[in-house]
Design a protein around this ligand. Structure first.
Ligand code: ZN
Length: 280
């Protein structure tokens, strides 16, 4: 496999050929920005790392990080400086997370929003080469435009592949909007209890934390709340949970992304309204 994009940065933590190592992937997460993968897929990263080599995680970051917020010691960094800093931070996270491969595609945010065959083909090629059992991306109810655009390109890419080349499962993860509102029986849950590892892996994003946003603490806090307020008793032992929305059946059944998320919102609406009307 060859990447079309000249800006792409490949990294393999053990110094192997990243594109070759990509084929070891069982769990592939495709996110918009450097740090999205570690915020959203932490439970998966942690499970792969503890699997004794049975599962391997790989990450793809689609955009270049040029528009990153900057403050403190990063306040005077140009867009070009920020791109370099964020590439380094992402690779440091991949090393801590023991990823099989890390690919940073370096597209501009506007290119991803515009879409087009090139980006979709590039993503489809990576999915095919990695042939993961499960593919993860942003969820369609995220409130960040670029996150939603990436999710749409990823779902488009999956559907462009022949059926036998598609991942067994496609899961959309909570990021810039949580998935607490999704029915508990509909949630895909990932144990994220290793908070020491979570803080370590998000701690590499110094340029973002310096901007005043404590993504590390916020992510750990949200996952604690997820576990506490989750209704099922099956995972009582987990102190911390990441939530996802498994869209596999609906996507492969031919539903559009819009239909998939509309269905989930309508089920949420029905749940809320039925409870309110029952006690009115
Ligand atoms: Zn992001």
């Amino acid at each position: 496999m060859k990447l079309q994009n000249q800006n792409a940065v490949l990294y393999q933590p053990e110094g192997k050929d990243a594109l070759k190592a990509l084929s070891e992937t069982t769990d592939l997460c495709i996110g918009a920005h450097q740090d999205d993968i570690e915020i959203e897929a932490f439970g998966v990263i942690s499970a792969c790392l503890k699997s004794g080599g049975k599962r391997r995680f790989s990450g793809v970051t689609v955009t270049d990080g040029a528009g990153s917020p900057r403050a403190g010691e990063y306040a005077d960094c140009s867009d070009e400086d920020m791109k370099k800093i964020r590439i380094k931070e992402q690779n440091a996270a991949a090393k801590i997370g023991g990823y099989a491969a890390m690919i940073q595609l370096g597209y501009s945010s506007s290119a991803v929003k515009k879409g087009g065959e090139d980006i979709v083909k590039e993503i489809a090629g990576i999915i095919e080469a990695a042939s993961p059992e499960t593919l993860y991306t942003h969820n369609l109810a995220d409130k960040h435009d670029t996150h939603v655009a990436v999710a749409l390109r990823v779902l488009e890419a999956v559907m462009s592949l022949p059926k036998d080349k598609r991942p067994k499962r496609v899961v959309c993860l909570e990021g810039w909007r949580d998935l607490d509102w999704l029915g508990d029986s509909e949630k895909a849950v990932f144990d994220s209890s290793d908070e020491k590892l979570a803080l370590k892996i998000l701690g590499v994003y110094k340029s973002q934390i310096a901007g005043g946003k404590r993504y590390d603490l916020a992510s750990v806090g949200r996952r604690r709340a997820n576990a506490t307020f989750f209704a099922s008793h099956d995972v009582d032992e987990a102190e911390s949970l990441c939530f996802g929305f498994d869209v596999t059946d609906e996507l492969y059944g031919g539903k559009s992304p819009e239909e998939i998320i509309r269905g989930a919102i309508e089920r949420f609406e029905k749940d809320v309204i039925s409870r309110v009307s029952r006690f009115s």
